[in-house]
Design a protein around this ligand. Structure first.
Ligand code: FS2
Ligand code: SF4
Length: 538
Protein backbone atom coordinates (compact mmCIF):
# COMPACT_ATOMS: atom_id res chain seq x y z
CA UNK A 1 0.00 0.00 0.00
CA UNK A 2 0.92 3.61 -0.32
CA UNK A 3 -1.32 6.20 1.31
CA UNK A 4 -0.32 9.75 2.19
CA UNK A 5 -3.68 11.45 2.19
CA UNK A 6 -3.89 12.55 5.83
CA UNK A 7 -1.86 14.60 8.27
CA UNK A 8 -0.94 11.61 10.42
CA UNK A 9 0.66 9.69 7.55
CA UNK A 10 3.68 7.59 8.62
CA UNK A 11 6.92 9.61 8.88
CA UNK A 12 5.12 12.50 7.17
CA UNK A 13 5.66 10.75 3.83
CA UNK A 14 3.27 7.81 3.50
CA UNK A 15 1.85 4.68 5.14
CA UNK A 16 3.29 1.66 3.37
CA UNK A 17 2.63 -1.31 5.67
CA UNK A 18 -0.53 -0.41 7.61
CA UNK A 19 -2.19 2.94 8.13
CA UNK A 20 -1.64 4.89 11.33
CA UNK A 21 -5.45 5.15 11.12
CA UNK A 22 -5.70 1.35 11.28
CA UNK A 23 -6.36 0.85 7.56
CA UNK A 24 -4.94 -2.47 6.43
CA UNK A 25 -2.89 -2.94 3.27
CA UNK A 26 -5.68 -4.93 1.56
CA UNK A 27 -8.29 -2.27 2.38
CA UNK A 28 -6.04 0.51 1.06
CA UNK A 29 -5.62 -1.53 -2.13
CA UNK A 30 -9.37 -1.88 -2.63
CA UNK A 31 -9.83 1.86 -2.09
CA UNK A 32 -7.10 2.66 -4.65
CA UNK A 33 -8.63 0.33 -7.21
CA UNK A 34 -12.06 1.87 -6.63
CA UNK A 35 -10.70 5.36 -7.33
CA UNK A 36 -8.89 4.04 -10.39
CA UNK A 37 -12.17 2.70 -11.76
CA UNK A 38 -13.93 5.99 -10.99
CA UNK A 39 -11.31 7.65 -13.19
CA UNK A 40 -12.20 5.20 -15.97
CA UNK A 41 -15.93 5.92 -15.52
CA UNK A 42 -15.17 9.65 -15.67
CA UNK A 43 -13.23 9.43 -18.95
CA UNK A 44 -16.01 7.45 -20.59
CA UNK A 45 -18.85 9.51 -19.15
CA UNK A 46 -17.32 12.82 -20.26
CA UNK A 47 -16.99 11.44 -23.80
CA UNK A 48 -20.54 10.06 -23.63
CA UNK A 49 -21.87 13.45 -22.44
CA UNK A 50 -20.57 15.09 -25.61
CA UNK A 51 -22.67 12.61 -27.60
CA UNK A 52 -25.73 12.91 -25.37
CA UNK A 53 -25.22 9.36 -24.04
CA UNK A 54 -24.16 10.27 -20.51
CA UNK A 55 -25.04 8.17 -17.46
CA UNK A 56 -26.63 10.82 -15.23
CA UNK A 57 -26.29 8.58 -12.16
CA UNK A 58 -22.52 8.19 -12.49
CA UNK A 59 -21.95 11.34 -10.42
CA UNK A 60 -23.96 9.93 -7.52
CA UNK A 61 -21.96 6.70 -7.63
CA UNK A 62 -18.61 8.54 -7.78
CA UNK A 63 -19.68 10.63 -4.78
CA UNK A 64 -20.39 7.49 -2.76
CA UNK A 65 -17.19 5.78 -3.90
CA UNK A 66 -14.88 8.72 -3.15
CA UNK A 67 -16.47 9.26 0.27
CA UNK A 68 -15.81 5.59 1.11
CA UNK A 69 -12.07 6.21 0.64
CA UNK A 70 -11.81 9.25 2.90
CA UNK A 71 -9.69 8.79 6.03
CA UNK A 72 -11.44 6.89 8.84
CA UNK A 73 -14.63 6.26 6.89
CA UNK A 74 -14.93 2.72 5.52
CA UNK A 75 -12.69 -0.14 6.63
CA UNK A 76 -15.01 -2.84 5.32
CA UNK A 77 -13.49 -4.86 2.44
CA UNK A 78 -16.78 -6.48 1.49
CA UNK A 79 -18.50 -3.13 0.97
CA UNK A 80 -15.50 -1.83 -0.98
CA UNK A 81 -15.53 -4.95 -3.18
CA UNK A 82 -19.24 -4.40 -3.86
CA UNK A 83 -18.47 -0.82 -4.91
CA UNK A 84 -15.72 -2.11 -7.24
CA UNK A 85 -18.18 -4.52 -8.88
CA UNK A 86 -20.68 -1.69 -9.27
CA UNK A 87 -17.99 0.60 -10.72
CA UNK A 88 -17.06 -1.94 -13.39
CA UNK A 89 -20.72 -2.40 -14.33
CA UNK A 90 -21.28 1.37 -14.63
CA UNK A 91 -18.09 1.85 -16.64
CA UNK A 92 -18.74 -1.08 -18.98
CA UNK A 93 -22.29 0.08 -19.73
CA UNK A 94 -20.90 3.35 -21.09
CA UNK A 95 -19.77 3.64 -24.73
CA UNK A 96 -16.01 3.52 -25.34
CA UNK A 97 -14.30 6.90 -25.18
CA UNK A 98 -12.32 6.25 -28.40
CA UNK A 99 -9.65 3.97 -29.81
CA UNK A 100 -6.93 4.62 -27.25
CA UNK A 101 -8.67 4.49 -23.93
CA UNK A 102 -6.57 4.58 -20.76
CA UNK A 103 -6.16 1.32 -18.84
CA UNK A 104 -8.64 2.52 -16.19
CA UNK A 105 -11.36 2.31 -18.86
CA UNK A 106 -10.63 -1.25 -19.89
CA UNK A 107 -8.87 -3.11 -17.09
CA UNK A 108 -11.15 -5.86 -15.79
CA UNK A 109 -10.15 -8.09 -12.87
CA UNK A 110 -11.00 -11.77 -13.01
CA UNK A 111 -10.14 -12.51 -9.38
CA UNK A 112 -9.23 -10.95 -6.04
CA UNK A 113 -5.60 -11.64 -6.96
CA UNK A 114 -6.00 -9.42 -10.05
CA UNK A 115 -7.36 -6.63 -7.85
CA UNK A 116 -4.46 -7.03 -5.40
CA UNK A 117 -1.94 -6.93 -8.27
CA UNK A 118 -3.49 -3.74 -9.67
CA UNK A 119 -3.46 -2.22 -6.19
CA UNK A 120 0.29 -2.90 -5.91
CA UNK A 121 0.86 -1.32 -9.31
CA UNK A 122 -1.14 1.80 -8.36
CA UNK A 123 0.73 2.09 -5.03
CA UNK A 124 4.14 1.85 -6.72
CA UNK A 125 3.23 4.50 -9.27
CA UNK A 126 1.87 6.81 -6.56
CA UNK A 127 4.97 6.64 -4.37
CA UNK A 128 6.80 9.43 -6.19
CA UNK A 129 7.03 12.91 -4.77
CA UNK A 130 7.28 15.02 -7.93
CA UNK A 131 5.12 17.97 -8.91
CA UNK A 132 2.89 16.02 -11.29
CA UNK A 133 2.00 13.36 -8.70
CA UNK A 134 1.59 16.03 -6.07
CA UNK A 135 -0.88 18.07 -8.15
CA UNK A 136 -2.82 14.94 -9.10
CA UNK A 137 -3.00 13.98 -5.42
CA UNK A 138 -4.22 17.48 -4.51
CA UNK A 139 -7.05 17.19 -7.04
CA UNK A 140 -8.08 13.69 -5.92
CA UNK A 141 -7.93 14.51 -2.20
CA UNK A 142 -9.78 17.80 -2.76
CA UNK A 143 -12.41 15.82 -4.67
CA UNK A 144 -12.83 13.45 -1.73
CA UNK A 145 -13.77 16.51 0.33
CA UNK A 146 -16.19 17.64 -2.39
CA UNK A 147 -17.73 14.16 -2.44
CA UNK A 148 -18.23 14.06 1.33
CA UNK A 149 -19.96 17.44 1.51
CA UNK A 150 -21.92 16.85 -1.67
CA UNK A 151 -23.18 13.53 -0.27
CA UNK A 152 -24.71 15.25 2.77
CA UNK A 153 -26.45 17.84 0.58
CA UNK A 154 -27.72 15.10 -1.70
CA UNK A 155 -29.18 13.20 1.29
CA UNK A 156 -31.35 16.27 1.89
CA UNK A 157 -32.42 16.44 -1.76
CA UNK A 158 -30.07 19.26 -2.83
CA UNK A 159 -28.02 18.50 -5.94
CA UNK A 160 -25.98 20.39 -8.53
CA UNK A 161 -24.78 18.76 -11.75
CA UNK A 162 -21.96 21.27 -12.11
CA UNK A 163 -20.39 19.71 -9.00
CA UNK A 164 -20.65 16.09 -10.11
CA UNK A 165 -19.50 17.06 -13.62
CA UNK A 166 -16.41 18.70 -12.13
CA UNK A 167 -15.70 15.60 -10.03
CA UNK A 168 -15.50 13.63 -13.27
CA UNK A 169 -13.42 16.31 -15.02
CA UNK A 170 -10.98 16.40 -12.11
CA UNK A 171 -10.66 12.60 -11.89
CA UNK A 172 -10.19 12.25 -15.66
CA UNK A 173 -7.50 14.98 -15.63
CA UNK A 174 -5.30 12.80 -13.42
CA UNK A 175 -5.00 10.25 -16.24
CA UNK A 176 -3.90 12.84 -18.78
CA UNK A 177 -0.53 14.39 -19.50
CA UNK A 178 -1.41 18.02 -19.15
CA UNK A 179 0.91 20.98 -18.55
CA UNK A 180 1.71 21.84 -14.93
CA UNK A 181 -0.01 25.24 -15.29
CA UNK A 182 -3.22 23.52 -16.37
CA UNK A 183 -2.93 21.15 -13.40
CA UNK A 184 -2.54 24.07 -11.02
CA UNK A 185 -5.64 25.63 -12.59
CA UNK A 186 -7.46 22.32 -12.01
CA UNK A 187 -6.50 22.43 -8.33
CA UNK A 188 -7.82 25.98 -7.96
CA UNK A 189 -10.99 25.04 -9.81
CA UNK A 190 -11.41 22.26 -7.26
CA UNK A 191 -11.33 25.01 -4.60
CA UNK A 192 -14.00 26.99 -6.46
CA UNK A 193 -16.18 23.90 -6.71
CA UNK A 194 -15.47 23.43 -3.02
CA UNK A 195 -16.99 26.83 -2.25
CA UNK A 196 -20.00 25.91 -4.40
CA UNK A 197 -20.37 22.58 -2.58
CA UNK A 198 -20.07 24.14 0.87
CA UNK A 199 -22.69 26.72 -0.11
CA UNK A 200 -25.00 23.95 -1.37
CA UNK A 201 -24.66 22.04 1.89
CA UNK A 202 -25.24 25.20 3.89
CA UNK A 203 -28.45 25.81 1.93
CA UNK A 204 -29.48 22.16 2.35
CA UNK A 205 -28.94 22.19 6.12
CA UNK A 206 -30.53 25.58 6.81
CA UNK A 207 -33.50 25.17 4.45
CA UNK A 208 -34.23 21.75 5.96
CA UNK A 209 -33.53 22.34 9.65
CA UNK A 210 -33.54 26.15 10.03
CA UNK A 211 -30.72 28.59 10.73
CA UNK A 212 -28.59 27.52 13.70
CA UNK A 213 -29.11 29.56 16.86
CA UNK A 214 -26.40 30.33 19.39
CA UNK A 215 -26.89 27.49 21.85
CA UNK A 216 -25.38 26.32 25.12
CA UNK A 217 -25.03 22.53 25.16
CA UNK A 218 -24.91 20.47 28.35
CA UNK A 219 -22.05 18.02 28.82
CA UNK A 220 -23.44 16.25 31.86
CA UNK A 221 -25.23 12.91 31.70
CA UNK A 222 -28.80 11.96 32.57
CA UNK A 223 -30.23 8.88 34.21
CA UNK A 224 -31.80 7.22 31.15
CA UNK A 225 -29.94 4.89 28.82
CA UNK A 226 -28.55 6.76 25.83
CA UNK A 227 -27.61 6.55 22.18
CA UNK A 228 -24.52 8.42 21.07
CA UNK A 229 -24.54 9.75 17.51
CA UNK A 230 -21.34 10.86 15.83
CA UNK A 231 -20.23 12.01 12.38
CA UNK A 232 -21.75 14.74 10.23
CA UNK A 233 -25.02 13.50 8.73
CA UNK A 234 -27.97 15.62 9.87
CA UNK A 235 -30.56 13.51 8.01
CA UNK A 236 -29.51 10.53 10.15
CA UNK A 237 -29.77 12.75 13.21
CA UNK A 238 -33.31 13.76 12.29
CA UNK A 239 -34.47 10.18 11.76
CA UNK A 240 -32.87 8.93 14.96
CA UNK A 241 -34.50 11.72 16.99
CA UNK A 242 -37.90 11.13 15.46
CA UNK A 243 -37.80 7.35 15.88
CA UNK A 244 -36.50 7.46 19.47
CA UNK A 245 -38.82 10.12 20.91
CA UNK A 246 -40.96 8.77 23.75
CA UNK A 247 -38.80 5.64 23.93
CA UNK A 248 -37.23 6.48 27.29
CA UNK A 249 -33.83 6.67 25.61
CA UNK A 250 -31.81 9.89 25.54
CA UNK A 251 -29.75 11.04 22.57
CA UNK A 252 -26.25 12.49 22.98
CA UNK A 253 -24.01 13.99 20.30
CA UNK A 254 -20.35 13.18 19.88
CA UNK A 255 -17.56 14.94 17.98
CA UNK A 256 -18.75 16.65 14.80
CA UNK A 257 -22.42 16.11 15.67
CA UNK A 258 -22.25 18.76 18.43
CA UNK A 259 -23.57 21.58 16.18
CA UNK A 260 -26.82 19.62 15.63
CA UNK A 261 -28.01 21.04 18.98
CA UNK A 262 -28.24 24.49 17.38
CA UNK A 263 -30.74 23.68 14.63
CA UNK A 264 -34.32 24.77 15.44
CA UNK A 265 -35.73 21.55 13.97
CA UNK A 266 -33.82 19.47 16.51
CA UNK A 267 -34.45 21.69 19.52
CA UNK A 268 -38.02 20.42 19.78
CA UNK A 269 -36.72 16.98 20.79
CA UNK A 270 -36.36 17.16 24.56
CA UNK A 271 -34.56 13.81 24.65
CA UNK A 272 -31.60 15.34 22.74
CA UNK A 273 -29.93 16.11 25.99
CA UNK A 274 -26.28 16.92 25.49
CA UNK A 275 -22.82 16.37 24.09
CA UNK A 276 -20.72 13.47 25.30
CA UNK A 277 -16.97 13.35 25.04
CA UNK A 278 -14.68 15.24 22.76
CA UNK A 279 -13.18 14.98 19.26
CA UNK A 280 -13.01 11.78 17.20
CA UNK A 281 -9.75 10.30 18.45
CA UNK A 282 -10.93 10.12 22.08
CA UNK A 283 -13.63 7.64 21.10
CA UNK A 284 -11.93 4.52 22.46
CA UNK A 285 -12.24 5.73 26.04
CA UNK A 286 -15.51 7.60 25.54
CA UNK A 287 -17.40 4.79 23.80
CA UNK A 288 -16.39 2.48 26.63
CA UNK A 289 -17.84 4.68 29.36
CA UNK A 290 -20.93 5.64 27.38
CA UNK A 291 -22.39 2.14 27.95
CA UNK A 292 -25.09 2.54 25.26
CA UNK A 293 -25.06 2.03 21.49
CA UNK A 294 -23.18 4.40 19.20
CA UNK A 295 -24.31 5.36 15.71
CA UNK A 296 -21.43 6.37 13.42
CA UNK A 297 -22.81 8.32 10.45
CA UNK A 298 -19.52 9.28 8.74
CA UNK A 299 -15.87 9.59 9.59
CA UNK A 300 -14.02 9.56 11.88
CA UNK A 301 -14.26 5.96 13.03
CA UNK A 302 -11.32 4.45 14.90
CA UNK A 303 -10.87 0.63 14.91
CA UNK A 304 -13.07 -0.27 17.91
CA UNK A 305 -12.06 -2.06 21.09
CA UNK A 306 -13.57 -5.47 21.79
CA UNK A 307 -15.14 -4.00 24.92
CA UNK A 308 -17.64 -1.92 22.92
CA UNK A 309 -17.54 -3.16 19.31
CA UNK A 310 -20.88 -4.92 19.86
CA UNK A 311 -22.49 -1.55 20.63
CA UNK A 312 -21.31 0.27 17.49
CA UNK A 313 -23.51 0.68 14.40
CA UNK A 314 -22.52 2.34 11.14
CA UNK A 315 -24.63 3.87 8.41
CA UNK A 316 -24.16 5.91 5.22
CA UNK A 317 -20.55 5.96 4.00
CA UNK A 318 -19.15 4.60 7.28
CA UNK A 319 -18.22 0.96 7.65
CA UNK A 320 -16.14 -1.43 9.70
CA UNK A 321 -15.96 -5.23 9.44
CA UNK A 322 -18.01 -7.01 12.09
CA UNK A 323 -20.12 -3.95 12.90
CA UNK A 324 -23.85 -3.83 12.12
CA UNK A 325 -24.55 -1.59 9.15
CA UNK A 326 -27.91 0.21 8.88
CA UNK A 327 -28.69 0.63 5.19
CA UNK A 328 -31.02 3.06 3.50
CA UNK A 329 -34.41 1.58 2.56
CA UNK A 330 -35.86 1.85 -0.95
CA UNK A 331 -37.81 4.98 0.04
CA UNK A 332 -34.60 6.64 1.30
CA UNK A 333 -35.43 6.34 5.01
CA UNK A 334 -33.56 4.30 7.63
CA UNK A 335 -34.81 2.06 10.40
CA UNK A 336 -32.95 2.71 13.64
CA UNK A 337 -35.23 0.53 15.80
CA UNK A 338 -32.45 -2.05 16.43
CA UNK A 339 -30.29 0.66 18.01
CA UNK A 340 -33.17 2.00 20.10
CA UNK A 341 -34.03 -1.51 21.35
CA UNK A 342 -30.35 -2.12 22.08
CA UNK A 343 -30.15 1.10 24.12
CA UNK A 344 -33.07 0.08 26.32
CA UNK A 345 -31.00 -2.88 27.57
CA UNK A 346 -27.97 -0.72 28.45
CA UNK A 347 -26.84 1.15 31.54
CA UNK A 348 -27.02 4.96 31.44
CA UNK A 349 -23.73 6.65 30.48
CA UNK A 350 -21.19 7.53 33.13
CA UNK A 351 -19.76 11.05 32.89
CA UNK A 352 -17.09 11.34 30.17
CA UNK A 353 -13.63 12.12 31.52
CA UNK A 354 -13.10 14.46 28.58
CA UNK A 355 -16.18 16.58 29.29
CA UNK A 356 -15.88 19.87 31.11
CA UNK A 357 -17.95 23.02 30.84
CA UNK A 358 -21.14 23.39 28.82
CA UNK A 359 -20.28 24.21 25.20
CA UNK A 360 -21.48 27.07 23.00
CA UNK A 361 -22.22 26.27 19.36
CA UNK A 362 -24.49 27.48 16.55
CA UNK A 363 -22.63 30.72 15.77
CA UNK A 364 -23.29 30.28 12.05
CA UNK A 365 -23.65 33.16 9.59
CA UNK A 366 -27.23 34.19 10.33
CA UNK A 367 -26.77 34.13 14.11
CA UNK A 368 -23.52 36.10 13.93
CA UNK A 369 -24.75 38.56 11.30
CA UNK A 370 -27.72 39.29 13.55
CA UNK A 371 -25.07 40.65 15.94
CA UNK A 372 -23.14 42.39 13.13
CA UNK A 373 -23.82 45.87 14.53
CA UNK A 374 -22.39 44.94 17.96
CA UNK A 375 -19.39 43.19 16.37
CA UNK A 376 -18.60 46.12 14.05
CA UNK A 377 -18.90 48.58 16.95
CA UNK A 378 -16.56 46.45 19.05
CA UNK A 379 -14.00 46.48 16.23
CA UNK A 380 -14.38 50.23 15.68
CA UNK A 381 -13.96 50.93 19.41
CA UNK A 382 -10.88 48.72 19.49
CA UNK A 383 -12.45 46.22 21.91
CA UNK A 384 -11.89 43.52 19.29
CA UNK A 385 -8.47 43.88 17.65
CA UNK A 386 -8.38 40.66 15.68
CA UNK A 387 -10.32 37.61 14.64
CA UNK A 388 -8.32 34.40 14.53
CA UNK A 389 -9.74 31.64 12.33
CA UNK A 390 -8.74 28.41 14.08
CA UNK A 391 -10.88 25.95 12.15
CA UNK A 392 -10.32 22.44 10.83
CA UNK A 393 -9.62 19.09 12.39
CA UNK A 394 -8.31 17.63 15.60
CA UNK A 395 -5.87 14.75 15.69
CA UNK A 396 -4.15 12.52 18.22
CA UNK A 397 -0.53 13.69 18.03
CA UNK A 398 0.76 15.50 21.11
CA UNK A 399 1.99 18.41 18.98
CA UNK A 400 -1.65 19.52 18.70
CA UNK A 401 -1.35 20.80 22.26
CA UNK A 402 -0.01 23.82 20.33
CA UNK A 403 -3.61 24.79 19.47
CA UNK A 404 -4.74 24.80 23.11
CA UNK A 405 -1.65 26.80 24.07
CA UNK A 406 -2.18 29.20 21.18
CA UNK A 407 -5.83 29.80 22.13
CA UNK A 408 -4.85 30.38 25.74
CA UNK A 409 -2.03 32.75 24.84
CA UNK A 410 -4.19 34.94 22.60
CA UNK A 411 -4.65 38.51 23.84
CA UNK A 412 -8.04 39.17 25.47
CA UNK A 413 -9.07 41.49 22.61
CA UNK A 414 -9.08 38.67 20.05
CA UNK A 415 -11.95 36.41 19.02
CA UNK A 416 -11.51 32.85 17.74
CA UNK A 417 -13.67 31.87 14.76
CA UNK A 418 -13.89 28.09 14.59
CA UNK A 419 -15.62 25.20 12.82
CA UNK A 420 -14.84 21.48 12.63
CA UNK A 421 -13.53 19.21 15.34
CA UNK A 422 -10.38 21.35 15.81
CA UNK A 423 -12.47 23.32 18.32
CA UNK A 424 -12.29 20.60 20.96
CA UNK A 425 -8.75 21.78 21.65
CA UNK A 426 -10.11 25.03 23.14
CA UNK A 427 -13.92 25.12 23.29
CA UNK A 428 -14.07 24.15 26.93
CA UNK A 429 -11.50 26.73 28.03
CA UNK A 430 -12.97 29.68 29.85
CA UNK A 431 -11.93 32.40 27.40
CA UNK A 432 -14.79 34.72 28.34
CA UNK A 433 -16.49 37.25 26.10
CA UNK A 434 -16.03 40.75 24.73
CA UNK A 435 -19.10 42.86 25.51
CA UNK A 436 -21.30 39.78 25.30
CA UNK A 437 -19.61 38.40 22.15
CA UNK A 438 -18.14 34.97 23.03
CA UNK A 439 -14.39 34.77 22.44
CA UNK A 440 -14.86 31.39 20.78
CA UNK A 441 -17.38 31.66 17.96
CA UNK A 442 -18.20 28.10 16.88
CA UNK A 443 -19.92 28.12 13.48
CA UNK A 444 -20.43 24.33 13.51
CA UNK A 445 -19.07 21.34 11.60
CA UNK A 446 -16.01 21.52 9.33
CA UNK A 447 -18.30 22.32 6.37
CA UNK A 448 -19.53 25.35 8.32
CA UNK A 449 -16.19 26.99 7.54
CA UNK A 450 -18.45 28.32 4.82
CA UNK A 451 -20.22 30.36 7.52
CA UNK A 452 -16.89 31.89 8.52
CA UNK A 453 -16.36 32.95 4.89
CA UNK A 454 -19.84 34.53 4.79
CA UNK A 455 -19.11 36.36 8.05
CA UNK A 456 -15.69 37.55 6.78
CA UNK A 457 -17.21 38.77 3.50
CA UNK A 458 -19.93 40.69 5.38
CA UNK A 459 -17.30 42.32 7.62
CA UNK A 460 -15.16 43.21 4.58
CA UNK A 461 -18.20 44.86 3.00
CA UNK A 462 -19.09 46.74 6.18
CA UNK A 463 -15.54 48.10 6.49
CA UNK A 464 -15.20 48.70 2.73
CA UNK A 465 -12.00 46.63 2.46
CA UNK A 466 -10.84 43.43 0.76
CA UNK A 467 -10.93 40.16 2.71
CA UNK A 468 -7.10 40.18 3.14
CA UNK A 469 -7.25 43.70 4.65
CA UNK A 470 -9.60 42.64 7.44
CA UNK A 471 -8.26 42.17 10.97
CA UNK A 472 -8.54 38.40 10.42
CA UNK A 473 -5.70 35.85 10.54
CA UNK A 474 -5.88 32.15 9.73
CA UNK A 475 -4.29 29.40 11.82
CA UNK A 476 -5.80 26.23 10.36
CA UNK A 477 -5.36 22.67 11.68
CA UNK A 478 -5.89 19.90 9.18
CA UNK A 479 -6.17 16.12 9.33
CA UNK A 480 -8.15 14.61 6.46
CA UNK A 481 -9.31 15.40 2.94
CA UNK A 482 -12.30 17.59 3.81
CA UNK A 483 -9.77 19.96 5.34
CA UNK A 484 -7.74 19.79 2.11
CA UNK A 485 -10.88 20.89 0.26
CA UNK A 486 -11.61 23.68 2.75
CA UNK A 487 -8.04 24.92 2.30
CA UNK A 488 -8.39 24.89 -1.50
CA UNK A 489 -11.72 26.71 -1.12
CA UNK A 490 -10.06 29.45 0.96
CA UNK A 491 -7.27 29.80 -1.61
CA UNK A 492 -9.78 30.03 -4.46
CA UNK A 493 -11.34 32.98 -2.60
CA UNK A 494 -7.95 34.71 -2.68
CA UNK A 495 -7.26 34.34 1.06
CA UNK A 496 -3.55 34.73 1.77
CA UNK A 497 -1.12 34.25 4.66
CA UNK A 498 -2.74 31.07 6.00
CA UNK A 499 -0.78 29.27 8.70
CA UNK A 500 -1.26 25.50 8.39
CA UNK A 501 -0.33 22.72 10.78
CA UNK A 502 0.60 20.78 12.68
CA UNK A 503 2.44 19.30 9.68
CA UNK A 504 2.41 20.21 6.01
CA UNK A 505 0.80 17.58 3.76
CA UNK A 506 3.15 14.74 2.78
CA UNK A 507 1.69 14.86 -0.74
CA UNK A 508 2.83 18.41 -1.38
CA UNK A 509 6.11 18.28 -3.34
CA UNK A 510 8.75 21.00 -2.85
CA UNK A 511 7.79 22.51 -6.22
CA UNK A 512 4.07 22.66 -5.40
CA UNK A 513 4.85 24.07 -1.95
CA UNK A 514 6.78 26.85 -3.69
CA UNK A 515 3.75 27.69 -5.79
CA UNK A 516 1.58 27.83 -2.64
CA UNK A 517 4.11 30.01 -0.83
CA UNK A 518 4.71 32.37 -3.75
CA UNK A 519 1.06 32.87 -4.63
CA UNK A 520 -0.63 32.56 -1.25
CA UNK A 521 2.11 32.94 1.34
CA UNK A 522 1.04 29.72 3.09
CA UNK A 523 3.24 28.81 6.04
CA UNK A 524 3.61 25.90 8.40
CA UNK A 525 2.91 26.73 12.02
CA UNK A 526 5.88 27.17 14.34
CA UNK A 527 5.95 27.86 18.07
CA UNK A 528 3.12 29.75 19.76
CA UNK A 529 5.45 32.69 20.42
CA UNK A 530 6.73 32.95 16.85
CA UNK A 531 3.29 32.55 15.32
CA UNK A 532 1.83 35.19 17.65
CA UNK A 533 4.47 37.64 16.45
CA UNK A 534 4.08 36.71 12.80
CA UNK A 535 0.32 37.20 12.99
CA UNK A 536 0.86 40.50 14.83
CA UNK A 537 -1.01 39.17 17.84
CA UNK A 538 1.73 39.56 20.42
FE1 FS2 B 1 -13.10 15.87 12.41
FE2 FS2 B 1 -12.94 13.71 11.32
FE3 FS2 B 1 -15.22 17.15 10.10
FE4 FS2 B 1 -12.89 15.65 9.77
S1 FS2 B 1 -14.49 14.20 12.89
S2 FS2 B 1 -11.31 15.17 11.39
O1 FS2 B 1 -13.40 13.82 9.47
O2 FS2 B 1 -14.63 16.01 8.88
O3 FS2 B 1 -13.46 17.38 10.98
FE1 SF4 C 1 -1.98 6.55 6.58
FE2 SF4 C 1 -3.67 8.60 6.78
FE3 SF4 C 1 -3.76 6.96 4.68
FE4 SF4 C 1 -4.58 6.15 7.10
S1 SF4 C 1 -5.51 7.75 5.80
S2 SF4 C 1 -3.32 4.99 5.66
S3 SF4 C 1 -3.08 7.19 8.41
S4 SF4 C 1 -2.12 8.35 5.23
Amino acid sequence: MFCYQCEETARGTGCTVKGICGKEDHTAGLQDVLIYLCKGISVRNIAARAKGAENKDAGVFITEALFATLTNTNFDDERLKALITQAIAIRDALPKAGENEPDACIWTPKSDADIAAKAREIAELANVNDDVHSLRALVVFGLKGVAAYYHHAEMLGFTDEAITDYMQKGLASTLQDIPVDAMIAMVLECGEIGVQTLALLDTANTKTYGDPEITSVKTTVGTNPGILITGHDLRDMEQLLEQSKDSGVDIYTHGEMLPAHAYPAFKKYTHLIGNYGSSWWHQKEEFDTFHGPILVTTNCIVPPRDSYIGRVYTTGPAGYPGITYIPKKADGSKDFSAIIDHAKKCQPPEPAKTNGRDLITGCAHEAVLALAGTVIDAVKKGDIKKFVVMAGCDGRQSERQYYTDFAQALPKDTVILTAGCAKYRYNSLDLGDIGGIPRVIDAGQCNDCYSLVVIAKALAEAFGVGINELPVVFNIAWYEQKAVLVLLALLSLGIKNITLGPKLPGFVSPGVLNVLVENFNIRKNSTVEEDMKRMALA
